[in-house]
Design a protein around this ligand. Sequence first.
Ligand code: ZN
Length: 443
Amino acid sequence: MYGIRNLREKLDAGALGRQMYELLERLYPICRSITGEGFRETQRIVAEHVRGLELRGVPSGTQCFDWIVPKEWNIRDAYVKAPSGEKVIDFRKSNLHVLNYSVPVRAKLTLAELDKHLYTLPEQPSWIPYRTSYYKEDWGFCLAHDDYRKLEDGVYEVVIDSTLEDGDLNYGECLLLGESSREVLLSCHACHPSLCNDNLSGIVVSTFLAKLLADTPTRYSHRFVWIPGGIGSVVWMSQNQERLWRIAHGLVLTCLGDPGNFTYKKSRRGDAEIDRAVQNVLRQTGDDFAVLEFSPYGYDERNYGSQKFDLPVGSLTRSTHEGFAGYHSSADDLSLVRPEALGDSLLTYLAVLDVLENNGRYRNRIPEAEPQLGRRGLYGMQGGLQKRERLEMALLWVMNFSDGEHSLLEISDRSGYSFELISDAAGKLLEHGLLERWERDDG
Ligand code: ZN
């Protein structure tokens, strides 16, 4: 099943990187949160690229495991006016200025009273921090420490024109059917306001993956979800409990636009096929990469890897959220993300999906000793000497280890030859009747 491999080989990563960056620029100004119009507007824009994307809504007050869907938050405007009448904090200049989920406020406060509601980053005095208060009713403003230090004593006018009312928690979902009903889950959080690497980079890479895979024949079905971080995976899992067994593999997408090297955080299982597939692909790039063990915090992989469901879902990012300067601040802006990094991330995800598509176990039909490949035209084939030698070696590896136990992925890991080469060799051996399919975990 080479649909994804053929697709990947003809893609122009540079052009796709630029298109993803344009989409990211368009989404950047929207004030998103875990609920509300900004989240829905983002999904409407994603839907322009993804056929069949469904926007789902779960009403406030719905119980989902130990959580209750909160009220829906919307905001139109917010500012703080100094005693001089000047707007010293203005939501219209940056949506990060408002503590996300702030309840409505109209008040006149002294600086000392206002101060309790102000958040800054003294160690990075020019950045605006990103802060939220989803589950405790509160209000506040975030600002650069440099600007905070200029505030003078006096009475300030404070306005937050927001609403917190019964409504919906939304998420976007798109299922691309393959031959099998078993699914690869591709999940990203889409709830942060103007933050580029954390959130928007994952949204645009998953949007383009869904767009490209929509026209590609595949073995697995691919399920994409764009969810509010944290509670979104809780809600989605609670709504789909009977179907979770279909998730054969999964990845959480975020932090995919910075120029750093890749980091892979393993699924809770630690040795799931997805864990081995991602590491196999990253080894082939020849670049340094980091592998982290599962931990029950971070992004939505912590919910997918719950004790009860323990779904095989890891997270492939470039720098981790802790690993890039500017995380959760105004410095995570358009200048942090590079079109080339987005393009490279997209191709890397496709390479992982290709491994999942083509992995399987086979049985050598002549297990007694090395078969006579020359007689079958499999030795001394066409092609440059190096390429030919590599393929001939791959044929021997596949024949020797195809015992129904070792998968092609394990043979690739063990031999050091790329998965692509190993699966090509398996294809040739199948054609010549030297190999037979053993089991494929298709469900
Ligand atoms: Zn975040």
